[in-house]
Each structure stands twice: as C-alpha cells, then as structure tokens.
Design a protein around this ligand. Structure first.
Ligand code: PEP
Ligand code: CO
Length: 457
C-alpha cells in the first residue's frame, strides 16, 4: 500500500494516549465512550484530503506574502446555534470582510471559518463550585452542557456523535451557500452599513465601499478569469483540536496518499493551554498531514518556540505550520520581536497570524467578560508594524466574531459601553466582535495597510 511508503517515526493516531493529555474530560463510563468512538470511526469524514492539501498550498503562499489569511468565527459553537440564520450571517460577515481585505491589501484572501467543529473548550479550572456544590466545568457542547446540574455537567460520549452530525450539517449548508447565489454578497450595496455614519472615518469607508462596488461591477462586465475567483469562493474550516478522542476517530488514511489526515476539519490548531512540548496534543499533531496552527502566548520563549517547530515541522515544509500569536496589546511589543528574530535567524518556514482577541480579555465591574475594540485594533496594528520592522510578514488574522449584532466587545463606531453589554450578550465563553465591529476592523486594517502598500508601490 502506498500509504506505507512514508511514515512519521514512532507515531500512530493513538500514540498521544501515552502522553499527558491536559484539558480532557473524565468520562464516567469507559464502555460507553468506547462504543461511541467505534461508531464515530465508521462515520464519513467532513472534509477531503485534496481540500486539505490545497489549503496547505494557499497557506504556503500566505507565508510568502502572496495571500492573506482571514480566520474567524465563534469562540465556541453551540449545538443550538446550528441554525440557518446563524450560519448564514457568520459566513456573510466573513465573506464581506474578506472582500474588504482583498480589495485593500490587493491580495487573494484565504478564508477559514472557526466552525463546523469548534465545540470543545479548554477551561482554567476542572470544576466549578456554586453554593457549596462542586461539579465538572462546562467544556463545550461536544462534552457536556452549560446548565449547573449534575446531569448536564456529566461528560456524555453521545455528544461526540452529535458534534460530528452538527459539524456535518453546518459544513453542508456552508458548501451549499457558497456554491449557490451567495456571491451576491460581494455587492456592497446590499451590506448593512448604517453604523458607518457614527465613525470618524465615514468618508474613507464610503469611498472604500464605492470602490469595491466599482471593482466588482468592472470585473463582472469584462468577464474572464477574475469573475470566477469572485463567484467561486473557496472556504475552509478550522477548530481547536482539543478533544483528542474525537480527533483520533476522524484521523484516516486515504487512497493514493501517504500518511494520515485529520478529516474532521481542514486546519486544526493547538490551543495555548495544550501546547506543552511533551504533551499529548503536540504528539497527536506531529503525525497528521493537515496544515496546523499553534497558539503562542506570552509565556513561550525563543527556545521553546524552536523546539515546538522542530517537533511539528521537522522538514520545514511550506504551509505546514502557522504560529498564531496572542500576546495582548500591552505585551506584543515586548514579546513578538524576539520570537520573529529567532524564527528568521533559524530559517524556519512559518505563517505568522495574529489573534488580537485572547490576550485582551478582561472582566467588567458588572461581571461580563469583554474585550475593547481599541485593544483588538491596537494589537493587530502593532503586529503589522512589528513584523514589517523585523523583516517578517504578518500573513493573517484570527478573530472571534459573529454575524449577529451582539453586544459583547466594548467600543467600535457605535462606542458600546459597559451598560450595553447586558443588552445582547450571548456568548457562552469569550466575547466576540459583532457584525459591525468585524466589518469596521477589516476596514481599519485596510486604511492603515493600504496606505503602506500605496507608499511601497
Ligand atoms: C480560543 O481560541 O478560543 C482559545 C481558547 O484561545 P487560546 O488557546 O489562545 O487561549
Ligand atoms: Co476564545
């Protein structure tokens, strides 16, 4: 069999089980877990190996400066949000942002959703105590339920099957929307831009939208190649591959390819809490052929980073590894330059992506977990600047956002305040940019980076 020609030394889809696996639920019934995992192993995959390899090539291009990655979606998907308006609105905001970015950065955008499988969450503590009662923490809908009762919080392996089904339903709908008439969204005259009048950059934004509309109409009127790339938008999925039992069950061999693919998603990533060099997650990831991401927090030093790269991308393969730095607006200036320097000096091929969300989470006096638009914007702008100053390149942005008009992050053109948070705070985990804040962020990136491109130009 061709797949035996190459293999990753000492690795099997289950070799992670010999390592310490952090953030895993304790299933009370091991037999039930085994039954549901064997059912999962027989279920069809959610993505294909050729899509995965195509994405890897596009990420290699992004690392070389020929594309820009936009990755975004909910912090945690909920089973209950597997509904058409939620899915369509989230896809719509990502497509609209990607059009703003493509136009302003003058580059094709690699579009990746944080969805169709973003159901498992790491938690800072294993248990939660309320009124003297201690129960397991909520770990995402693929593990247990958020209600504070013994039954809801008990890890239930039937949820693995439910997670797979809901991911497949989401994926199916996204593929249908993209193949169908969703290209209409490329026409900014249909966008919801009422918020623009609250922004000091109203004139610039209106001009940008007008010019995107002109460009689309021009391409449509001349036809030919560009129109195809506007109509047939490729879209990929990603999630934090935290629940290794689930990931293992969807790790498969395919005809005419060597090795193993995680076919639950195109682009899994390792979260900050599970990126230990000797840990189970790094072990699992080193053996799959997907392009992979790893979150880099302020605790990672240069030596740790190099060893992580050695393990995850020993052959220095282009497109294989994305480093997603999430350092915080106040810390990125202290930490990022030395990380960029060591990677550059050692000649490692990576795609650098900025997550300006997770280093900027704070709690308000009235008890909401929030993030300030200004800090998100600042971390992203600093990331572009620091990369440019260090002779590196920021190749992508990783965002938590939703297509709904929730009130979870502060600021933005409408200047949401702490008092606004209770109005429409819906996230069960981290606060997301709402529709307007997400589009505004894309426009701000373009105003700033577009000026840089014109200067260089
Ligand atoms: C996340 O992406 O939702 C997350 C938990 O991020 P991090 O691992 O960077 O904290
Ligand atoms: Co999050």
């Amino acid at each position: 069999m061709l797949s035996a020609i190459r293999e990753v030394e000492g690795w099997t889809p289950s070799s992670w089980q010999e390592r310490t696996a952090l953030q895993m639920p304790q299933y009370p019934d091991a037999d039930a877990l085994a039954v549901h995992l064997s059912e999962l192993r027989e279920m069809p995959p959610l993505v294909t190996s050729w899509e995965i390899l195509q994405l890897k090539q596009e990420l290699a291009d992004a690392a070389e400066g020929r594309r820009f990655l936009l990755q975004g979606g909910d912090c945690a998907e909920n089973f209950a949000d597997c509904r058409s308006p939620h899915i369509a609105n989230r896809l719509k905001v990502l497509l609209q942002m990607s059009l703003v970015l493509a136009h302003g950065l003058k580059q094709p955008i690699v579009r990746v959703g944080r969805f169709a499988g973003q159901y498992a969450k790491p938690r800072s503590v294993d248990t939660e105590t309320r009124d003297g009662v201690t129960l397991p923490s909520y770990r995402g809908d693929i593990v247990n339920a958020p209600e504070f009762s013994e039954q809801a919080r008990r890890p239930d392996p039937r949820r693995l099957i439910e997670g797979h089904s809901r991911s497949a339903l989401t994926m199916n709908f996204v593929r249908a929307l993209i193949d169908g008439g969703f290209a209409d969204l490329h026409h900014p005259e249909y966008w919801d831009l009422d918020w623009v009048r609250h922004s000091p950059f109203e004139r610039e934004y209106r001009e940008m939208v007008r010019s995107i509309g002109d460009a689309v109409r021009f391409m449509e009127s001349v036809g030919g190649a560009p129109i195809g790339s506007l109509r047939r938008v490729d879209f990929y999925t990603s999630h934090e591959a935290l629940l290794l039992h689930y990931e293992e069950a969807l790790t498969r061999q395919v005809p005419r390819q060597w090795g193993w693919f995680n076919l639950s998603t195109h682009y899994p990533w390792i979260g900050m809490r599970t990126a230990a060099l000797e840990g189970a997650h790094v072990e699992y990831f080193r053996g799959i052929r997907n392009p992979i991401g790893v979150k880099i927090g302020p605790a990672v030093n240069a030596d740790h980073l190099l060893r992580l790269i050695d393990i995850l991308n020993p052959e220095n393969e282009a497109g294989r590894l994305t480093l997603i730095h999430r350092l915080g607006a106040g810390k990125i200036g202290d930490h990022l330059p030395r990380l960029l320097e060591v990677v550059r000096r050692e000649g490692r091929r990576v795609l650098w992506c900025c997550d300006p969300m997770h280093g900027n989470t704070e709690a308000t006096a009235n008890g909401f977990k929030t993030r300030r638009f200004e800090n998100i914007r600042s971390e992203l702008e600093q990331a572009f600047d620091i990369h440019a100053a260090c002779g590196s390149r920021l190749g992508g942005a990783h965002l938590e956002l939703t297509g709904e008009n929730v009130t979870e992050c502060l600021g933005g053109a409408r200047d949401l305040t702490e008092g606004d948070l209770e109005r429409a705070y819906r996230s069960s985990v981290d606060p997301r940019l709402n529709y307007e804040q997400a589009i505004e962020l894309a426009m701000l990136i373009v105003c700033k980076q577009g000026a840089r491109i014109r200067e260089a130009g």
